[in-house]
Design a protein around this ligand. Structure first.
Ligand SMILES: C[C@@](CO)(OP(=O)(O)O)[C@H](O)COP(=O)(O)OP(=O)(O)OC[C@H]1O[C@@H](n2ccc(N)nc2=O)[C@H](O)[C@@H]1O
Ligand SMILES: Nc1ncnc2c1ncn2[C@@H]1O[C@H](COP(=O)(O)OP(=O)(O)O)[C@@H](O)[C@H]1O
Length: 314
């Protein structure tokens, strides 16, 4: 090496920042009655899994969004993209122009009940905060304004979300869990699934009380007990997702027949989640589900994993 070393006070301009951000599955989703503001109070046990999107932020003359990946139809590339909204919100907060080129590499299924859009918003917040040296801004406050699931994508791990899901309390977890996700063709709209949940409850004359946390589920998580966790998985939106997409019943049944410890729709669906006994069992189950021809793809993953993390630049 012959080059002179950089002077100690040289400040390297940040040219690109890449953030990796996980998908989530809801281990318990207890849904209270419809609130006056159109939301529902929840007990939402979020669990971050190793299925990741990556968002790269680079300085540019104006805000642009590029989306790459398989099956990204329906993802807006304009100002409605949640990552673009996140960049604009942060720029507004620090009094800067949102001049950034955002490139999103999507692996998380779109409109799949795994919070991919929320994940991209959280990643964009972290990437732009690094690019614009906005380390003093509390990103969690901005996240909650972008969507109920966005704060969890920043935090990762496993956490209970109350309120509309944005008030987070981390949950202790005593091990790693192995999952299979059955990805469906096409998505389901989150507001439509909540509305169907309300409709089904009303039609059944169901009196809906406040959502309650499952102690059995929290104990299973703390012990790292996959069998008990499988038995405790619960999603109040599942009947609504099945009502809107009846074919998911067969997918859930196929996973149970493959020995899953638990099977449920992930959040608002249509992705189905299966808890496996081990990494090996997850690989077998994913192969069996793919071969059964009921799903677009079946992928294995583990959880919990950290939230939005800078992996390059900055
Ligand atoms: C259902 C869940 C489970 O984690 O996620 P997905 O499975 O869709 O990823 C979430 O509650 C989705 O959160 P998110 O997608 O951030 O929703 P938001 O943008 O805040 O709200 C979109 C719409 O969903 C409905 N909504 C959302 C949250 C909530 N607690 N009650 C609701 O009724 C409302 O109709 C709202 O207008
Ligand atoms: N970056 C993004 N990735 C995916 N969807 C996005 C994004 N930005 C906005 N959207 C919109 O949000 C909707 C819900 O997306 P997503 O978060 O993937 O699903 P879900 O709410 O079921 O978890 C999409 O159908 C799309 O119209």
């Amino acid at each position: 090496m012959t080059g002179a070393p950089a002077a100690p006070d040289t400040i390297m301009a940040v040219t690109a920042v890449t953030v990796r951000v996980p998908a989530k599955v809801n281990l318990q989703l207890a849904v209270g009655p419809l609130r006056a503001d159109g939301y529902h109070d929840l007990v939402n046990v979020f669990h971050a899994v190793s299925l990741f999107d990556e968002v790269t932020a680079e300085p540019a003359d104006e805000l642009t969004v590029t989306v790459r990946g398989e099956s990204v139809e329906g993802v807006p590339v304009g100002e409605d993209n949640l990552a673009a909204r996140a960049a604009r919100l942060l720029a507004e907060r620090i009094g800067a122009r949102p001049d950034v080129a955002l490139t999103i590499h999507k692996t998380i299924p779109v409109a799949g009940g795994m919070a991919g859009g929320s994940a991209d918003a959280a990643a964009a917040l972290v990437a732009c905060a690094r690019l614009w040296d906005a380390s003093g801004v509390r990103l969690a406050d901005l996240a909650a304004d972008l969507g109920s699931d966005v704060p969890f994508a920043l935090l990762g791990g496993t956490a209970i979300g109350t309120g509309r899901g944005e008030v987070l309390t981390p949950v202790p977890v005593g091990g790693r869990f192995h999952w299979v996700f059955a990805l469906a063709d096409g998505g389901l709209s989150t507001p439509a699934v909540y509305a169907e949940c309300d409709r089904l409850r009303e039609a059944a004359g169901q009196r809906v009380g406040p959502p309650r946390r499952s102690q059995a589920l929290l104990d299973a998580l703390e012990r790292g007990d996959a069998e008990a966790l499988g038995a405790a998985l619960a999603n109040d939106l599942q009947p609504a997702a099945l009502s809107l997409r009846p074919s998911l019943r067969r997918t859930l049944q196929a996973g149970r027949e493959g020995g899953a410890l638990g099977a449920l729709v992930s959040g608002s669906g249509p992705t189905c989640a299966f808890l496996a006994r081990s990494a090996g069992h997850a690989a077998e189950l994913a192969a069996a589900l793919s071969e059964a021809g009921l799903v677009r793809a079946a992928v294995s993953a583990h959880g919990p994993v950290p939230g939005a993390t800078v992996v390059a630049g900055g």
